[in-house]
Design a protein around this ligand. Structure first.
Ligand SMILES: [Zn+2]
Length: 484
């Protein structure tokens, strides 16, 4: 029975009976076969993808070449496959700390070299299109998990001045092949929402404008149509979590210029998804989105889409915070005022350690009734008091730390020989002069929430610990380095 079903399935696929939506569903179910398991982490560096690219050199399907080098001498590769007349150029991670699509491209190589029920689709793609992949355009930024390259230049503001070798590489390859379609692959803040809602914008799209008037010619129109079909496919898996990026013309950006130079350009921005810190589910969404688009370009099915459906995708909005403390009382000049406190956390990596750490700060202050938090806490009737500073080191066991929390102590001294800038424990360390915490806009988020003299909850480095609950949100602390 199973065999017959499989037979029917492969007949349906090969005869093109499956719509894009069904294709997306089948790819979703079979994704495990194409997952490149050697990479699974946001802190993705050039050295992580080198073995994968090296392996492609022995595959007949691919031509691997060197396009050039980054400022610090890291190689940037072009991986080419297919023989078709429609040229598609895909580049990822021009911002070093935006790696999700690079992982999806590694999955794409596995898909293209596999052989299974999708063979007809592979054949259609490889005979109708030629694919040009440039994964990890900014390997120096990736090395440090930073947006910019080693010249401190944002490559996406260097499309005209072309000072960075990485920008020159992208411009040259675009001009050399005069691609029909371009995929500009990024990550965006996890704090974008799809429209005015608490829905994260897990994936956002843009067909960038090529002038201030935001006119729509055939080049841009085709990008919009590809986005429409991609949105339909992804809505099955991330309903209401797809957004549309702002299309204000940016004369210095690559997407806008590549659109202007005649390549239908599709920007994909990967945002956040609940409990997907390393974005492995969103990597899968990237893979499905990009693959279904390539299929649709190869089969020209995108042509029948309407650009009205592009404009109907909700706009990216900034309505989300990592944590909102609502209705807290805050003391200013010996008087209490009611405010909501919006807290965000910046993600950092240190050295070769693949575990990320966060730094929390107060990002908004006042009436935040129009905003949403991933975590929220109602501090009605409570006063937000700055965290106290401990005088002596204690045994760093969870019991002792909870005791400190109950006393409102949110930083303790640490020996100067402690080198790291972070601790995995829910307390801050300091060396040298004792720090002073404040409950103010822009300050580090370290305060207690006090109800009639009793501490109900503490916020340590932007993470909430509800002292009435056994286990609450667990985060890290930071090391505050004072004067010696
Ligand atoms: Zn970016």
């Amino acid at each position: 029975m199973k065999k017959i079903l499989l037979g029917i399935m492969s007949f349906l696929i090969s005869s093109g009976v499956f719509s894009q939506d069904n294709f997306g569903k089948l790819i979703f179910d079979n994704y495990g076969k194409y997952l490149e398991k050697s990479i699974a982490h946001q802190y993705l560096k050039r050295e992580d993808i080198v073995p994968i690219i090296e392996n492609l050199k022995s595959e007949k399907l691919f031509e691997v070449s060197k396009l050039g080098e980054s400022v610090e001498g890291r190689e940037i590769n072009l991986i080419k496959c297919g023989t078709g007349p429609v040229k598609i150029l895909l580049w990822s991670q021009m911002h070093g700390n935006e790696p999700t699509a690079t992982m999806a491209l590694m999955d794409m190589f596995r898909f293209l070299t596999a052989s299974d029920d999708f063979d007809e689709i592979r054949k259609t793609i490889l005979t109708n299109t030629t694919l040009y992949f440039v994964p990890m355009l900014n390997p120096d930024g990736a090395e440090r998990f930073e947006r910019r390259n080693a010249l401190n230049i944002d490559l996406n503001r260097d499309a005209l001045r072309l000072q960075s070798p990485e920008a020159i590489i992208l411009k040259n390859i675009r001009d050399e092949i005069e691609a029909d379609f371009g995929f500009n692959l990024h990550d965006q803040s996890t704090l974008y929402s799809a429209g005015v809602s608490s829905n994260q914008a897990s994936i956002s799209f843009l067909a960038p404008a090529y002038n201030w008037e935001k006119e729509v010619n055939d080049v841009r129109k085709n990008a919009m149509k590809v986005i429409v079909q991609m949105n339909k496919v992804l809505q099955q898996f991330i309903p209401n979590k797809v957004g549309k990026y702002n299309d204000t013309f940016e004369p210095r950006a690559f997407g806008d210029n590549i659109q202007k130079w005649g390549t239908s350009t599709i920007l994909i921005e990967t945002g956040g998804y609940p409990n997907d810190v390393e974005k492995q589910f969103l990597r899968k969404m990237n893979f499905i989105g990009i693959l279904s688009s390539i299929k649709s370009i190869a089969e020209k099915t995108y042509e029948k889409e309407s650009i009205d459906d592009y404009y109907a995708i909700p706009d990216n909005k900034r309505y989300l915070f990592d944590l909102i403390i609502r209705n807290a009382q805050v003391n200013f000049f010996n008087k209490l005022y009611t405010v909501d406190i919006g807290i965000n956390r910046t993600r950092r990596y240190e050295g070769d350690d693949k575990t990320s750490q966060y730094q929390g700060y107060i990002a908004e202050f006042g009436d935040m009734s129009t905003f949403y938090g991933y975590d929220e806490f109602d501090a009605n009737g409570m006063v937000a008091q700055p965290g106290k500073i401990g005088e002596k080191t204690v045994k760093l066991k969870s019991k002792q730390i909870k005791k400190l929390h109950k006393e409102g102590i949110l930083a303790i001294p640490i020996d100067e020989s402690y080198e790291s800038n972070y601790t995995a424990l829910p307390i801050n360390f300091y060396n040298g002069t004792a720090p002073e915490f404040k409950v103010r806009l822009g300050a580090a988020a370290n305060f207690s929430l006090v109800n009639e003299g009793e501490i109900k909850a503490v916020v340590v480095n932007g993470f909430l610990y509800n002292l009435d609950m056994k286990e609450s949100n667990v985060g890290n602390g930071i090391v505050i380095k004072g004067k010696k």
